[in-house]
Design a protein around this ligand. Structure first.
Ligand code: MLT
Length: 301
């Protein structure tokens, strides 16, 4: 009998396939296997004999992987399972940065009850005018499950798309996303693109990769999108660049204290994977991975 513990209620979806040999425990300290979404496991006490942790999502920063490696605890994630949900929010982020949809909606809300709204609409048209995505250059850094979807969506929106990923060969990247330009140089992508979207894992190599030096190489008025992890961007440098107008908007799915309310920042409360479909896919995949490991010894992802 294996005991499992769910740290986030959403990770429970899919545990109905835990039949027979599985039993839920309310105590993490008694669990053989742990299912987690975004809760941090760093300060938690788990039992010595924990066998595996499954993260219903892509990033594993909330799990102390080094400790798990030392103790022989297998850590799974669910790459790709929420990619579509994240991609759709990235596209929404690009649209929010190009058209002042939020400003326009707020303007209408403030006019509630005013009989003049139709007359005043002409003013709003001027105040909230934006620009189109068609013909603009989109740079996608990281061509994993999400990056490839974002790149292909950019193409469908009529954008000229550049992809950069040092770990993917040009041939295989080309197969994944035929209509994008593959570049081997991050500098080239920085210099050419109007929109830059980052889709790489956060680690010691990528931490702070979007800093003053990177931003200096970018176009005036660039829009930067970060739906990966806040650590990838040096936020002090980003604030400075937005003040100077070098960065028109920084669209981020990470509501850090520094970015909340900052002028030019469009901050979303980590909603990329918050769709019914993505939550279901991740939770089910996490359970499948645990079962496959416990019942057959398979280790994938
Ligand atoms: C991820 O890494 O995939 C996201 O953080 C998912 C989530 O919101 O749980």
């Amino acid at each position: 009998m294996y005991k499992y513990h769910c740290l986030n209620p959403i990770a429970k979806v899919g545990t109905d396939t835990f039949t027979g040999e599985y039993e839920e425990t309310p105590e993490i300290s008694q669990a053989d296997v742990i299912l987690v979404r975004s809760a941090s496991m760093r300060e938690m006490e788990w039992q010595e004999g924990t066998l595996a942790v499954a993260r219903a999502g892509a990033g594993v920063n909330n799990i102390p992987c080094d400790v798990c490696a030392e103790k022989g605890i297998v850590v799974f994630n669910t790459p790709g399972a929420n990619a579509n949900g994240v991609k759709e929010l990235v596209i929404a982020g690009m649209l929010l940065a190009s058209r002042d949809i939020v400003g326009g909606i707020r303007w209408v809300e403030e006019k509630e009850g005013s009989g003049n709204i139709a007359k005043e609409t002409e003013k709003a048209k001027k105040a909230f005018a934006g620009c189109e995505l068609v013909g603009k250059k989109l740079g996608v850094i990281g061509l994993g499950a999400i990056g490839v979807l974002v790149a292909n969506s950019g193409v469908h929106l009529g954008m000229e798309v550049y992809g950069y990923d040092p770990y993917v060969s040009v041939e295989s990247a080309w197969k994944l996303s035929r209509n994008i330009h593959h570049t081997r140089s991050l500098e080239e992508l920085f210099q050419d693109c109007d929109y830059i979207s980052v889709h790489v894992p956060a680690n010691e190599h990528t931490k702070g990769m979007i800093d003053a030096n990177a931003i200096r190489q970018m176009k005036q008025g660039v829009v930067i999108l970060n739906f990966s992890r806040d650590l990838l961007v040096k936020e002090e440098d980003m604030l400075e660049a937005m003040k100077e107008g070098k960065v028109r908007h920084y669209v981020t799915d990470f509501p850090t204290p520094m970015m909340a309310g900052a002028k030019g920042a469009i901050v979303i409360p980590h909603l990329g994977a918050s769709t019914e479909e993505a939550e279901d896919n991740c939770a089910k995949m996490a359970v499948q991975e645990l079962r496959s490991y416990l019942e057959h010894g398979n280790i994938k992802n």
